[in-house]
Ligand binder design. Sequence first.
Ligand code: SAH
Length: 356
Amino acid sequence: MNALAQRLARAIRREGPLPVSVFMTFALHDPQSGFYAAREAIGAGGAFVTAPEISQVFGELLGVWLLQVWRDQGRPANAMVVELGPGRATLLADALRTLRSDGEFLDTAEIVLVEASPALESLQRERLRDGSTRLRWVRQWSDVPRERPLFLIANEFLDALPIRQFVKTERGWCERTVTVDALDRLAFALAPLPLPLSIPLGRGVAEPGAVYEISPGAEALVEDIARVITNRGGAGLFIDYGYAGKGFGDTLQAVAHHESVDVLASPGEADLSAHVDFGAITESARAGGARVLGPIAQGDLLEALGIEVRAARLEEANPEQAIRVGVRRLVDPEMMGSLFKALAIVPQAAPAPPGF
Ligand code: SAH
């Protein structure tokens, strides 16, 4: 057992089992041992690789998207660009190259990075150091000012927010918890008392053993963002892996050094994430008053934004680089192109954003 697992085991013996969401929060954000407390979390040398780390075209095209929605909404002079969970800041660095093509946008917009991890914030500051743009960091979404038109992007952010899991038993839906077993290891268990849940009708019939997941944090966050966009203008783009529709399942996963590992074995040493429930997110955005578009496949969005043309141009300039390999990984439905999905939110009266 690592140090964090021992600390959690002590707390569980003292106070009882933890909901999965609380375990996830400690494993990801514990200030000493949490996964995101380390700078090396993401990228080739880290636990997992994200789309912007695969190809610069990804961030560049999201820059195109941001510019276009800003123009579609009449080029508001006081726009705020927000990225949730910028990771290694690769996406933003690539997007900024596109955004710089419109001097008016960058002269007037402020860019806010929402980053929970002090270690990743310092890495982001180093990587965005050139200083030509106004950047600001905050630790959490609730610290972002909400008086201005909001242009927000979030790639692989919602999947990192904690989920609660419920398992269908003869007694009803019981919450899945993390406890300590007879051999003193962290182990999954079920809360004894069932909870009354209202499962969306479209999910279908739950057999015994079915797992139902909710992410209260993701839902509240998206509703709040939708409310700001509805009231102040702007647009939001969420890209993540996930599902929309029928069925049940346990999607909590742990990844370390690009391999899938046991969720409970070494908390803080592996990334924990869960598939995003785009159906729930859509409901939340609508509750916030916004117009919701998608989810559509990531591959379709990138193609509509012109990934082929951009890749061809880059290839001409750098024939030795494996541009096509990266682009294919992002677009091919067998790779990231269809498991990854994009959902956009805009005010009710705004035109559909590019690609949707
Ligand atoms: N968007 C990046 C990184 C994704 S990893 C990319 O595509 O490469 C998730 C990021 O979200 C990390 O930067 C992590 O530290 C941050 N993060 C996770 N939970 C957060 C929270 N609740 N508030 C703010 N940042 C969070």
